[in-house]
Design a protein around this ligand. Structure first.
Ligand code: C2E
Ligand code: MG
Ligand code: MG
Ligand code: MG
Length: 281
């Protein structure tokens, strides 16, 4: 397969090359330029303390506004960024932006930033986090890093060491999309997690699914006995929220409270009580 070898490089397309591959190459070229061209931005979605219904922080979610194609969802370009190594520069951008934004919020509010397993191939991610904290002046305790189970499946000692070093800095480590990967539960013991995020597939229509209820109950219990905070993502309706609150789930996130919103709407998000925040499209 053809590989980009730097900016401005000339590429040769075979006549028989399928449309999908061409499409992918175009996207890769665009992605290469996107950081410099300022096409990325970070949106924020509130994380809500379910006990008092107050905002405890925000998850930073990357948005790409493509000049021609419009908004491209992360699911459509993160995998490509991972394969091409562009994720390091993109990840640096998100971390620095998120820390810079978070210092302007009330001091008890945290910011959660997603890290891709690909960012753990080297130890660079540690330096990137330290730099983002230094540049912004954000207290490390206000930063949570979200990683998925696929990082643990690599079984790399390097990733574990990096996570431990990050914990030692004082930042939190959240296990994102919990329950969707293939890792063994024993990973929860060996990795220094401070929070578990229940994947939204178990939260959707929770009130109507006995199986999902059993899974959510088990995860909340697991978190409680292991001293990890549990947060449910993808809360879309009040019945599901009621169940989560009954089970003692500490935090929640979802369209019921608010969709991810741009920084320009941050003031609104900070002022409003999340329970009153209407769902925006
Ligand atoms: P994630 O980290 O699990 O983030 C939660 C996703 O669920 C977000 O999708 C969010 O918009 C969506 N969501 C939140 N509440 C609801 C709800 O009530 N219903 C539904 N249906 N969805 C809800 P988004 O923003 O499209 O991001 C998708 C994924 O892309 C993220 O999943 C994360 O894995 C990845 N991602 C996003 N930003 C970054 C980033 O800066 N770096 C990296 N490495 N990955 C990122
Ligand atoms: Mg996340
Ligand atoms: Mg998630
Ligand atoms: Mg997810």
């Amino acid at each position: 397969k053809a590989k980009a070898d730097g900016r401005g490089s000339f590429r040769h397309f075979e006549p028989g090359m399928d449309a999908q591959m061409l499409e992918r190459q175009r996207l890769e070229l665009d992605l290469r330029m996107a950081v410099e061209k300022g096409e990325f931005s970070v949106h924020y979605q509130p994380l809500v303390n379910l006990e008092d219904q107050k905002v405890s922080g925000f998850e930073a979610l990357l948005r790409w506004s493509h000049p021609v194609r419009g908004n491209i969802p992360p699911a459509d370009f993160i995998p490509l960024a991972e394969e091409t190594g562009l994720i390091d520069a993109i990840g640096r951008f998100v971390l620095e932006q998120a820390c810079r934004d978070a210092v302007t919020w009330p001091d008890h509010m945290k910011v959660a930033v997603n890290l891709s397993p690909a960012q753990f191939r080297t130890t660079e991610v540690l330096a990137t986090v330290v730099r983002a904290l230094d540049l912004s002046g954000l207290r490390p305790a206000r930063l949570d890093l979200e990683i998925t189970e696929s990082l643990l499946m690599d079984r790399s000692d390097g990733a574990l060491q990096t996570l431990k070093a990050l914990r030692e800095l004082g930042v939190g480590i959240s296990m994102d999309d919990f329950g969707t990967g293939y890792s063994s539960l024993s990973y929860l013991r060996s990795f220094p997690f401070t929070k578990i995020k229940i994947d939204k597939s178990f939260v959707k229509d929770l009130h109507a699914s006995a199986d999902s209820q059993a899974i959510v109950r088990a995860i909340v219990g697991l978190g409680r006995s292991m001293g990890m905070k549990v947060i449910a993502e993808g809360i879309e309706n009040a019945d599901d929220l009621d169940f989560l609150m009954q089970e003692g789930c500490a935090e929640g996130q979802g369209y019921l409270f608010s969709k991810p919103r741009p920084v320009s709407e941050m003031a609104e998000l900070l002022e409003s009580s999340p329970a009153q925040t209407s769902v925006q499209s």
